[in-house]
Design a protein around this ligand. Structure first.
Ligand SMILES: Nc1nc2c(c(=O)[nH]1)N[C@H]1C(S)=C(S)[C@@H](COP(=O)(O)OP(=O)(O)OC[C@H]3O[C@@H](n4cnc5c(=O)[nH]c(N)nc54)[C@H](O)[C@@H]3O)O[C@H]1N2
Ligand SMILES: Nc1nc2c(c(=O)[nH]1)N[C@H]1C(S)=C(S)[C@@H](COP(=O)(O)OP(=O)(O)OC[C@H]3O[C@@H](n4cnc5c(=O)[nH]c(N)nc54)[C@H](O)[C@@H]3O)O[C@H]1N2
Ligand SMILES: [Mo]
Length: 767
């Protein structure tokens, strides 16, 4: 067991207040909150000018989520949401972290602050260096910083001793150069936030449909008969998705929600783009809510599939799309045979639901043709996460509900360019075709051995097999599982480097030496020798479009991510066939190289300049499954979770509040769940609390159990909540220390951040 260190947020409580849970999401309060955040961080004028440019065709891409913008009309008021506004306020803040700041605050002092306090310190203005044994970061020139990294990299015994992490905000241009640099250096160690996020979706969709991305476009929501939203909280994490769901409803479509929590945004919302409706009752979204137990989804989907089969047998041709199945798919018989081996009596208790409510879901599925299924982290972060998603595909295949208008798969991505980064080759398991193309274009021998993903990278550092950590964005220590284990891993490194906009905990839990390299944000102007530049990104639905900042950078020493990667590559790679300086001087030249090596980017420089951008090819959308191993869309065989809990054990999911962006804490409220001014909470079912002898706001310690290992976090307040029995929820990243490093999803190796087996114990000393 690990002792608590400064790698975890401090245990101090902040003064909780519980309020009534609102009846609908968005509305006036959301707009007020958004404006407050923006004006507080940036000032009034700058704030309004920022919001005007967000997600407009000539503006910058919101650094919040990856939900797409409308292809045609964009809202008059601006295409932003409360949480997008908070994201941009965070970046455009007037607070600055200067060299003077670092000489005042030691690393130790900073690490005692909460994540909220650390984030509020502001934007980093200069490259800074923490030499071995020092307590303060100090100013350093870019050239010196690059030389330190180059020396360290070039003195490694093997390029595989270095790790190059990416978070999902990096632009296509920066991501492409970065992977090229890393491969020319000699390794495929390119883990990214996707490994902890939608990796399970990528694995499941590639196997079954031949493309690791979703198939629907935004317009499909206008045409869907039925949208299923599973394991996702769009009211907080993708608020603009509520508008799309609203359109589905307006056009007569229905919505099924499957979630252990009745998330407010999915129940009812008030459209922020329609001021006349701000004071109204709002629009009901969910028609049918299935309050499933954590990780009970495969069991639930199997019951749905069994009932579909039963109705098809009773009335042949009424449920299955036989023509689609015959022409487009493989594996139906084996799939149906396996389905027969499960009984409803065995499956039902795992769901926590009544059969009658599941029958209602089956009615909707059976009676509708055009079905979209949306999902996010509630499905991807479990041991059988890949099974979850493949089972959804089974439903769509039986109905022939893919590759046609109003139907298909919709994994809702997180970071605004996480999908684009993968398209650009940020992946530890690159395809041979991609490496072949790089080799031909750039005349070098690319490494072929697969690299480390996030979990493997942590283990490699822990065991001192990797010695340099480089992060292009992100907050590795707080985003990853098993905080204390990962802290030890990072501390084992000879050098840790972060390219960042803002201060975060990863700067404070460092290797022997450490560097912070400050970069431009999305909203800032980017000038290179050839003039002003723009970058491009790909949203959740495969639209590639431009993004151009219009604010003056927050400091004169900032470099763009492209310039940082190119500068580092030039110094590190003694011999390189790439003219790094030239590429970084004009991003059109990088886009030409992308066009030359990645399919789908024909005429990139022309098409990216068209308003709204362009769609990348998508075989599943086009009903072509040649890419899979069988050349057809594949039915798959999946397993329910089968976790057996002891009487006093609970499943715990780690989720986001309404006031955070992953590890960036905007504020201390979770307004839609009625919790204000506190993050150290655990949501529990009332009956479970009674069983444990717990009362509202009792202070507890939480222990996680994995094989014979235990991990403990202390000082969480219990909140009675509408959550199924034996299910609990805490916030990410406070509870990450409980996620065991070895507890990962089969096939995707994603940490199981939504199924952690815990026990809860009342503290002797109460708050
Ligand atoms: N404002 C804001 N926006 C964000 C982010 C943010 O932190 N803040 N993060 C971005 C990123 S990177 C991502 S990946 C997305 C994340 O977006 P979400 O996936 O919506 O985020 P989570 O808070 O992890 O919520 C998971 C949801 O799944 C449910 N859930 C948990 N376990 C299960 C289960 O076993 N079964 C089912 N059916 N449901 C379950 C939870 O109750 C919760 O509603 O959002 C992106 N957008
Ligand atoms: N327990 C638990 N753990 C989880 C999850 C969970 O649900 N539960 N979710 C997982 C998921 S879905 C994800 S995606 C990961 C997220 O993991 P990460 O992507 O690593 O984390 P973020 O918090 O998004 O990174 C925030 C930092 O990025 C930097 N940054 C912001 N904008 C920019 C920019 O434009 N350029 C650069 N270079 N830096 C920038 C800032 O310094 C900021 O501190 O966490 C995962 N971890
Ligand atoms: Mo994510």
């Amino acid at each position: 067991m690990f002792k608590k260190t400064d790698a975890q947020p401090p245990e101090k409580l902040t003064g909780i207040e519980l309020t009534e849970i609102p009846k609908s999401a968005v509305g006036v309060k959301a707009i007020k909150t958004a404006l407050n955040h923006v004006t507080k961080e940036t000032g009034v004028l700058k704030g309004i000018s920022l919001l005007k440019k967000m997600n407009q065709k000539d503006g910058f891409d919101c650094p919040g989520c990856a939900w797409p913008d409308p292809d045609e009309k964009r809202a008059f008021l601006a295409e932003y949401c409360e949480n997008g506004a908070k994201a941009i306020a965070e970046e455009a803040t007037k607070n600055l972290v200067t060299p003077l700041f670092f000489s005042t605050y030691s690393v130790e002092k900073l690490s005692k602050l909460s994540d909220y306090e650390i984030g509020k310190k502001g934007r980093i203005t200069n490259p800074v260096y923490l030499p071995e044994g020092a307590n303060h970061y100090k100013e350093i020139s870019w050239q010196e910083a690059f030389s330190i990294i180059a020396d360290e990299l070039n003195s490694l015994d093997s390029p595989d001793e270095a790790i190059f992490y990416t978070s999902g905000r990096t632009s296509n241009e920066a991501a492409y150069l970065y992977q090229l640099f890393v491969r020319q250096f000699g390794t495929n160690n390119l883990p990214d936030c996707s490994n902890m996020c939608h990796e399970s979706s990528g694995v499941a969709l590639t196997e079954t449909l031949g493309i690791g991305k979703g198939s629907v476009t935004l317009d499909d929501f206008n045409h869907a008969d039925l949208v299923m939203v599973i394991g996702q909280n769009p009211g907080t994490n993708h608020p603009r998705m509520l508008t799309a769901l609203g359109e589905t409803k307006k056009n007569g479509g229905k919505i099924i929600t499957i979630n252990p929590l009745p998330e407010v945004g999915l129940i009812n919302y008030i459209d922020p783009q329609k001021p006349l409706k701000w004071f109204g009752k709002g629009q009901d979204l969910t028609d049918l809510f299935l309050q499933v137990k954590i990780n009970g989804d495969v069991a639930l989907l199997k019951i749905i599939l069994k009932l579909m089969k039963q109705r098809e047998e009773e009335n042949p041709g009424s449920v299955f799309n036989h023509q689609f199945i015959q022409e487009k798919t493989k594996g139906l018989d084996r799939f149906l045979e396996d389905l027969d081996t499960y009984t409803i009596e065995y499956l039902l208790p795992q769901t926590g639901l009544e059969l009658a409510v599941i029958e209602k879901a089956v009615d909707l599925i059976v009676n509708n043709e055009k079905i979209i299924i949306c999902w996010a982290m509630g499905l991807t972060q479990h041991k059988n996460a890949v099974d979850n998603i493949r089972e959804l595909v089974n439903i769509l295949l039986l109905k022939g509900s893919i590759g046609k208008k109003g139907a298909g798969t919709c994994p809702v991505r997180g970071h605004s360019n996480v999908q684009g980064d993968r398209t650009m080759g940020i992946w530890e398991k690159p395809k041979h075709e991609f490496l072949d193309a790089l080799e031909e274009e750039f005349k070098f021998k690319s490494p072929r051995k697969h690299g480390y993903d996030v979990v493997n990278a942590i283990e490699a550092m822990y065991h001192k097999k990797a010695k340099v950590f480089f992060g292009l964005g992100g907050n590795f220590i707080s985003a990853t599982p098993d905080t204390e284990y990962t802290a030890k891993a990072l501390k084992n490194c000879d050098l840790t480097v972060h390219v960042s906009t803002k201060l975060n905990r990863s700067h404070l839990i460092h290797g022997k030496k450490a560097l912070i390299l400050p970069c431009l944000g999305r909203s800032e102007k980017d000038f290179q020798i050839s003039g002003e530049q723009f970058v491009s990104v790909e949203n959740s639905m495969g639209v590639v479009h431009s993004s151009k900042g219009h604010l003056k950078p927050c400091g004169e020493y900032l470099l763009s991510e492209v310039a940082i990667v190119a500068g580092l590559a030039k110094i590190t790679l003694k011999k390189s066939s790439v003219n790094w300086v030239e590429l970084a001087s004009n991003y059109d030249l990088i886009r030409d190289k992308i066009e030359a090596t990645i399919p789908g980017f024909e005429n990139y420089n022309t098409r990216v300049r068209e308003k709204g951008g362009f769609y990348l090819p998508n075989n599943a959308r086009e009903n072509n499954f040649d890419n899979t191993l069988t050349g057809k869309a594949n039915f798959s065989i999946n397993k329910p979770s089968g976790i057996k809990l002891d009487e006093n054990q609970y499943l715990m999911m780690t989720i986001r509040t309404h006031d955070q962006y992953n590890t960036t804490i905007y504020g201390l409220n979770d307004r839609y769940r009625g919790v204000l001014n506190e993050r150290r909470v655990i949501f529990m079912n009332k009956d479970d609390m009674q069983k444990e002898g717990l009362k509202k706001l009792d202070l507890v310690n939480i222990t996680s159990h994995f094989k014979d290992e235990v991990r403990i976090v202390n000082g969480f307040l219990v909140i009675p909540y509408d959550i199924p029995k034996q299910c609990t929820a805490t916030y990410f990243p406070e509870a990450n220390a409980l996620v065991p490093i070895k507890s990962t999803a089969d096939l995707s190796n994603t940490p199981t951040s939504k199924t952690i087996i815990v026990t809860v114990k009342k503290q002797k000393k109460q708050a």
